[in-house]
Design a protein around this ligand. Sequence first.
Ligand code: SF4
Length: 441
Amino acid sequence: MSEFQKPKNKLEFEKNFEQIKPQMNETQAYYESSRCLFCYDAPCVTACPTHIDIPLFIRQINSGNITGAAKTIFESNYFGNTCGKVCPTNVLCEGSCVYNLQEVKVIEIGRLQTFASSKVISEKIKLFSPGVPNGKKVAVIGAGPAGVSCACELRSKGYEVEIFEAKEKPSGLSLYGVAPYKITNEEALKEIDYLQEQFDFKINYNIQVTSEEQFNDLEKKFDAIFLGIGLGETSSIKIKGEELENCIGAVEFISELRINQHNTKIGKKVIVLGGGNTAMDAASESARLGAEKVILSFRRSVNNLRAYDFEYDLAKSAGVEGMFNVSPVEITGNGKVEGVKFIKTKVVNGKMENIPGSEFIEVCDMVIKATGQTKQVSILKNIKGLNTDEQGRVIADKITFQSGNPKYFAAGDVYNGGVEVVNAVAEAKLAANGIDKWLSS
Ligand code: SF4
């Protein structure tokens, strides 16, 4: 049973969606940074996809050089503030901290990172400038973490950069796809404003680049094109009743929640289908929006959840109940969702099988499908020479991120199929270097 009341206003919404990594004050940051052992060959650095020099920035915080710490962070990761908050630090940097071996509380690297980076953002401290113009122009499609990281790196090398964004606001997943208790809208947008101030790149909003003509047009105007278009809508699970009112995809639900906040529609009893991190977010968010009961259903056992353990623990702490070894066969209802018909499953010789005759209906008034996202194959096929793999991901060089069409580079979810924000940021920086190498040769 969820303990949250339906939030009626912004204040109540913020309370229900309280930040799970709250901002540190100076005393906390000083104390926490003083615990770091400043390890040589620090495992936390190796575990970070952007390889931020973590012991260096922690030492800088400890010596009171917060601006220097922020510079160390942003030099490796342009989304230093966002990543400090939304990264699964428990399994990346903090998960590798040497204190894990001593059963001592690990260093709160994510919160320290946010402490330093948010300070320079809010004080608008100038750390970077665009490079000397080199006369070359690059189009970036998508103003999410991949697109903006690529733009920053290219601007630092003197390229003129124009971003084309389909939505009316930037930030991509950090604004539209991450749970609000991980980062607020204001924080996500402020980081983009800060980066735009530092690097001076242009973003064109509400422009969807999808057709062959549009790509041809960009090819004529720009020397290279970077694709940071992410993934598409929630995939269909191809069962009866998906079209019913109050049956919604998790991606669409989270996006609506980020924008409409306390005004987001929620059922009294919600069933979330899926076992990944997005399912955990959607379930936890449903409970925090005031759903009286939230059930997370998964085809396999709890041990087979694809989500990180801490994400499932977080959902449980919000009142979410798990229902395992059940597979949805139909969403029932007459116009609107009235329940989900499940069949029980079992594993035989490593393979999941339905148990004949075990169907039952679980009554509910809302279903959220967290069943993966479609790939943007219909858009990508309009680019000549660009190929996708059997899973719809752009095939590109692992080092330069150059695709089969040499003018196009791709990184982030459209390339990796959907990993973390930090992976998109890391790849996009490498892609910018790939573009630079190609255009300079
Ligand atoms: Fe500090 Fe832990 Fe990294 Fe060592 S592993 S440098 S103690 S944060």
